[in-house]
Design a protein around this ligand. Structure first.
Ligand code: HEC
Ligand code: HEC
Length: 377
């Protein structure tokens, strides 16, 4: 594919033009550009409700890079690692402008390509670990909250690193385009470049299609089996199922809050003052109160490893027993104006289930957030 084949098409390019980038290299390049743009935007500005989109483009970017790596072993000429990976001497010579023009990736550009792909792979892994540890979703659900939290921080750092690399890559494209008086971005669209004297040409190796498919299949099988093995591990620290008595006695005025949303001390304090319960008398007979108190304490946030269990562990001393008064709850919902909670059909911030479809499980997955339509007449 890298050498013009006169029999290939009737509209043959002029002899001085070479087909440098094959179809898959170009397609994967632009698909990756699209995925990374959407992933960065949704990651930095989308908030949790855009997480589903963020995950979709992130997974698409991962698959694209994996396939492109396969193509680096089996693709034609300029697509191959063996064609563009060069040692330090070649890189230094290129930086000093002492080697000729490269039609494929130049030695420094090749490093950038490797860096970008490595960053995407690392983002996929840390993103998966964050999703698993924080939300108990996906292959790393058994990973634990602390690991998830750390991974999210690293994921964010990597996103900044990726942006820096993208900017450096664009700078490189502009610089090389000017240095060689050509349009490298356009060449990644058409695949064609002018061939001049003294150019380093890509090798004329042909693509090995059956080998590409076989290798892609191997990668897919490894990915699916490791996903299955990882996702099959038992997840520790999940909130327990709701107790029947608590469900019945505590859901008359609001949803029965999962015990994992508050620490044991907060439940104890709340249950001992049910006669003055947020302006209501919610008192129960002694036996039932004791039963509910025991269950709430036994399943309090100390026993769970979920994001809400960690986020609401610290109470506001003025309002112990009020989830919506904890610094954690306020920080998470800080971007939402109070009117958002007061409007129909929500009415109060304590009505978690109005916006969190999985509120009763205590998980509060970002994929289960859906604000109800405004019903104010
Ligand atoms: C008589 C009605 C009533 C009953 C029964 C009741 N509650 Fe409440 N509860 C309220 C009201 C009213 C609020 C304040 C809601 C708000 O802030 O909008 C509240 C708030 C709460 C909150 C704090 C929510 C927040 O804003 O973070 C918790 C926790 C809670 N109740 C637990 C319980 C438990 C546990 C039981 C069962 C033992 C129970 N409630 C039974 C009326 C009731
Ligand atoms: C009016 C709708 C609404 C109500 C009511 C509401 N939330 Fe949220 N909550 C949201 C939104 C929107 C977000 C996402 C914020 C963001 O983009 O970071 C969120 C985020 C969260 C998160 C973080 C989720 C995550 O995946 O990291 C937790 C935990 C949470 N809410 C708990 C609660 C609890 C507990 C209640 C009830 C006491 C509650 N929320 C009531 C809308 C609501």
């Amino acid at each position: 594919m890298s050498t013009p084949d006169p029999a290939q098409s009737s509209s043959m390019p002029p002899a001085s033009t070479l087909k440098v980038w094959d179809r898959f290299v170009r397609l994967s390049h632009w698909v990756l550009v699209g995925c990374l743009a959407v992933a960065l935007l949704s990651g930095f500005f989308g908030g949790l409700p855009r997480l589903a989109l963020h995950l979709s483009v992130g997974i698409a970017a991962l698959i694209t890079v994996l396939l492109r790596i396969v193509w680096g072993f089996t693709g034609p000429g300029s697509a191959r690692f063996s064609d563009f990976l060069r040692g330090p001497a070649a890189i230094i010579a290129h930086v000093r402008g002492r080697d000729g023009r490269h039609l494929g990736h130049n030695p420094l550009g090749a490093l950038m390509v490797l860096g970008l792909w490595t960053a995407v792979l690392a983002l996929a892994v840390t993103g998966g670990l964050a999703l698993g540890g924080l939300y108990k979703i996906g292959p790393f659900a058994a990973g634990g909250f602390a690991l998830g939290h750390l991974s999210r921080d690293i994921h964010e750092l990597l996103a900044f690193a990726l942006m820096a690399m993208v900017i450096a890559h664009l700078g490189g494209v502009v610089f090389e385009s000017q240095r060689n008086r050509e349009n490298l971005a356009a060449a990644m669209v058409t695949g064609k470049k002018q061939n001049r004297d003294g150019d380093h040409l890509p090798s004329s190796t042909q693509a090995k299609l059956p080998a590409s498919l076989a290798l892609a299949l191997v990668v897919a099988v490894i990915a699916v089996t490791s996903y299955g093995t990882l996702a099959g591990r038992p997840v520790a620290g999940l909130p327990g199922a709701m107790d029947q008595t608590v469900a019945e006695e505590c859901s008359a005025c609001h949803m029965a809050f999962p015990a994992s949303l508050l620490p044991a001390e907060a439940w104890t304090s709340l249950v001992t003052s049910l006669d003055q319960h947020f302006g209501e008398d919610a008192s129960l007979d002694e036996a039932t109160t004791a039963l509910i108190a025991a269950w709430l304490v036994a399943h309090a946030s100390q026993t769970a490893d979920t994001l809400p269990a960690h986020a609401f562990a610290q109470s506001d001393p003025q309002a112990v027993g009020q989830i919506t008064a904890t610094p954690g709850w306020k920080a998470i919902h800080a971007d939402m104006p109070p009117e958002q909670f007061a409007r129909a059909p929500i009415y109060t911030a304590a009505n978690c289930a109005a916006c969190h479809k999985d509120a009763e499980t205590g998980l509060f997955s970002p994929l289960a957030i859906a604000l109800p339509k405004d019903k104010t007449p």
